[in-house]
Design a binder for this molecule. Structure first.
Ligand code: MN
Ligand code: MN
Length: 258
């Protein structure tokens, strides 16, 4: 059976509004192992802890350590799931994937397009990773769903980079394009409505339900080579509800990889 590599990145230094996402990985793991649920994904696959080749939760000193560390885990083209951390981690993680696979199809699920050229003077802010990813040609195609905060600057950036944006105001599952191998999914939990996932730094009302995101994942036909689940902020959570949502996504994404 294919083992899935798993890493947690204890990193939130590139958060623009509120810290806290660095505390997420151990709490997502705890929710995943909670006795309140079993290990079965909805497709009937059992995602036991031994499914994962677990690199543990890693304290990051310097931003680009993330790339070096990730590269080490991809050996043998094993699929990898990364638990963030803030969304800035996706750029160095995808640099590592690009080194092995070349340009990737990326499905980015988020309230925000994260395409700022810079934010508060930082080109590596969590508001910028997909600008860097597109500038460096890491994506053969970038598809964004859940978006509901697009401003003129990011609209221009999207046009410049040829990003396919599906605003949530005009969403239907039938619009989801068909993806090609190698496919990577980047899931920012603020794509969900705050009613479903209150434990995020940026509450952006009018979001996806948990069910809608699960339906998107289930629709993916191309095998996933990697995924990240980012922006869980335990400081904002209520009774660990959002940790449980993140853990569910961890199981469901893993079930698409095994
Ligand atoms: Mn994001
Ligand atoms: Mn976001």
């Amino acid at each position: 059976m294919v083992k899935i590599a798993l890493q947690g990145l204890l990193y939130d230094e590139k958060s623009s509004f509120m810290r806290g996402a660095a505390k997420a990985p151990p709490l997502i793991r705890e929710a995943y192992r909670s006795d309140s649920a079993n290990f079965f994904a909805e497709n009937g696959k059992e995602i036991l802890p031994e499914t994962f080749q677990d690199a543990g939760d890693i304290s990051i000193g310097q931003y680009f350590e993330i790339e070096r560390h990730t590269r080490g885990l991809l050996e043998g083209k094993r699929p990898l799931i990364t638990l963030g951390g803030d969304h800035s981690i996706s750029y160095p993680v995808l640099k590592a994937f690009h080194g092995l696979y070349g340009p990737l199809n990326i499905l980015h699920i988020d309230a925000h397009s994260d395409l700022y050229d810079q934010f508060n003077g930082d080109r590596h802010s969590h508001a910028c990773p997909f600008a860097r990813i597109m500038e460096e040609g890491l994506a053969s195609r970038l598809t964004q769903v859940g978006i509901r905060t697009l401003n003129q600057h990011q609209q221009k950036q999207a046009e410049k980079f040829g990003v396919h944006i599906f605003p949530l105001s005009d969403w239907g599952l039938e619009k989801l394009p068909t993806f090609k191998h190698p496919l990577y999914v980047s899931l920012d939990l603020d794509a969900l409505d705050p009613a479903f996932a209150p434990g995020v730094s940026h509450h952006e009302p009018g979001g996806f339900s948990t069910r809608q995101v699960l339906d998107i994942l289930r629709q993916l036909k191309a095998p996933l080579v990697g995924a990240d689940i980012v922006e869980y902020n335990p400081d904002r959570d209520i009774h660990g509800m959002t940790a449980m949502v993140a853990a569910k996504f961890l199981k469901e994404i893993a079930s698409l990889m095994v």
